[in-house]
Design a protein around this ligand. Structure first.
Ligand code: PLP
Length: 532
């Protein structure tokens, strides 16, 4: 270890390291995976603490009525190292045994994975499904991550200077650290003050559903107080218990994940007395994972960027044909859109006016590739996916929906499309990292001014914005009119008639993203602004 560099334990419910390790749902996990890879690249003393989800988040496929359905496998992993460590966590008055695995297989700093799948125990299934269905299940999972995670680090003999909670799921780790001080006779207030010096917290979603709240009744039922009194737990998270408020009160510093999200989060959480300040540290993605080597080389060496891009586009078109039996046209402007299906992301916005978009599709001016998953009990998100699948059937050969959105599909689309569409309702998208992946590959972003994009967008130079940052009840119609306008007056004509200008924009996009939106830059900022 280089002297003075803080040793960091990075806690997260999900880690997206590779599509073959099925322990992530979406952006939060990809961020965590990318941080561990950046830490390994930079030789930083960081470890990850996560959960070995045996049944994934959900593998979601489409049935014969165009409806998404969830399917769960039981995964076994041969590449994980057995640490031999088992810790226990008291959950609902039962001592739950938690086994600890180690993963270093993906060029990442060590990731320790907690697992309750032990034969003959009642709680074997607690680490089954990521973000399970029931509140009690979710709380148990968070206790395993937080309390189990602290105990696992201690049992492994790993010294930690800084605990980083990536979102609030890990706040019980703070409760456990306080409890340990109190067993040595330190009063609660002093224990909180000293523990706080070693915790930082990243807050994510501005969507209120994403900010968990629990009643004290249910926390007591689950044995979540971990030996603290109800008064002390209320001091941390309030009544009802807000996980985010607890994260803010347990940490010395907090951060939001883009500049704009920083403004939003400071507004949202200004009424948490005793909460830490919220800085803005914009997310980044791991270049080695998300940027294709051929693109990096062509960009750096003045090689033929268009040829490199076209090769990746063909790879995507071939793969889509294998998956869906649909052959897209290599010469048509291809728009990609892949995200979790959740209302604020408006996955079907571009289809709002069928006359306009129908003409563009039938005349082969554009083609559209979509992918996405909805949370298993998000009926609205699932209805959106059904809508997309039906639209794809109406425009055969011009619109495709790929089922089973995962890192492999994400990689393929952020390399192979021409334009990356993103249209969240501002300011609901905290960051939106898929656009950074696209930008690094010279895929031009076409996005509302939300998340990271206001920091990056130079109109017509490295991509395009639409909607002008509008926030209002009628933003759907404002944004869609603006989207069609930018498509018709800028994006399509440039693609069709000005190839050199387009390639110039691809270079500008890569220049903009390669460092500023890399996980390496983000990690450096965490060390400079949060860990010291
Ligand atoms: C990058 C990525 C995300 C996050 O992208 P957003 O832009 O935040 O929607 C989600 N899922 C997968 C599989 C990804 O690769």
């Amino acid at each position: 270890m280089d002297n003075g560099t803080p040793r960091v334990a990075y806690f997260c419910m999900e880690f997206g390291l590779h599509e073959k390790l099925h322990i992530y749902a979406g952006g939060l996990g990809i961020l965590a995976g990318d941080i561990l890879k950046a830490a390994a690249d930079a030789g930083r003393p960081m470890v990850g603490i996560g959960i070995l989800w045996r049944q994934d988040y959900t593998e979601q496929f489409i049935d014969e009525y165009d409806r998404p359905y969830d399917s769960y496998h039981e995964y076994r992993y041969d590449s994980l190292e057995d640490t031999g460590v088992v810790v226990t966590v008291l959950i609902r008055d039962e001592e739950v045994r938690v086994k600890v695995w180690k993963c270093t297989a993906f060029g990442n700093a060590p990731l320790y994975l907690l697992d309750t799948y032990l034969p003959g125990t009642l709680s074997w299934n607690l680490t089954g499904q990521l973000y399970g269905w029931f509140e009690e299940e979710r709380i148990a999972q968070e206790m395993i991550l937080g309390i189990g995670g602290v105990r696992a680090l201690q049992a492994l003999g790993i010294d930690v200077d800084m605990y980083h909670f990536n979102d609030s799921h890990a706040v019980f780790a703070g409760v456990e650290l306080i409890r340990q001080q109190m067993t040595k006779g330190v009063p609660f207030t002093d224990a909180l003050r000293s523990v706080k010096q070693h915790i930082v917290f990243t807050t994510h979603t501005p969507v209120s559903d994403g900010n968990e709240v629990h009643t004290h009744r249910i926390l007591q039922y689950m044995s979540s107080y971990d030996g603290l009194s109800s008064d002390q737990i209320v001091q941390l998270g309030g009544d009802p218990f807000s996980m985010t408020a607890a994260g803010l009160r347990l940490s010395r510093k907090a951060n939001a994940v883009s500049q704009l999200h920083g403004h939003t989060a400071r507004q949202m959480w200004k009424l948490v007395p005793g909460g830490s300040d919220i800085l803005s540290i914009t997310n980044g993605v791991h270049n080695g994972t998300w940027q294709d080597d051929s693109i990096r080389q062509a960009h750096a060496s003045g090689g033929d960027l268009w040829a490199a891009h076209s090769a990746l586009k063909r790879v995507m078109i071939d793969d889509i044909e294998r998956r869906n039996g649909v052959r897209l046209d290599e010469n048509v402007l291809t728009i990609g859109f892949a995200r979790r299906a959740t209302p604020y992301k408006r996955s079907d916005l571009i289809f709002s006016n069928r006359e306009v978009v129908g003409d563009l599709l039938r005349n082969h001016r554009i083609q559209i590739v979509l992918s996405g998953k909805a949370h298993p009990n998000d009926m609205g998100g699932k209805a959106t996916i059904t809508n997309l699948v039906r639209i794809a059937k109406e425009y055969p050969g011009s619109v495709v929906f790929l089922q089973g959105y995962d890192m492999a599909i994400g990689k393929m689309l952020t390399r192979g499309c021409d334009v990356w569409l993103n249209n969240p309702v501002r300011p609901m998208e905290a960051s939106g990292t898929s656009g950074m992946k696209a930008a690094m590959n010279g895929i031009l972003n076409l996005s509302t001014l939300d998340g990271w994009w206001p920091e990056a967008c130079q109109q017509g130079v490295n991509g395009w914005q639409f909607g002008g940052g509008y926030e209002g009840g009628d933003c759907n119609s404002v944004d869609v009119v603006s989207l069609y306008h930018v498509l018709a007056s800028d994006v399509i004509p440039t693609y069709e008639n000005q190839r050199d200008a387009w390639v110039g924009m691809m270079h500008a996009s890569i220049d903009m993203a390669q460092w500023q939106f890399s996980a390496a830059r983000m990690l450096q900022e965490y060390y400079e602004k949060m860990y010291v």
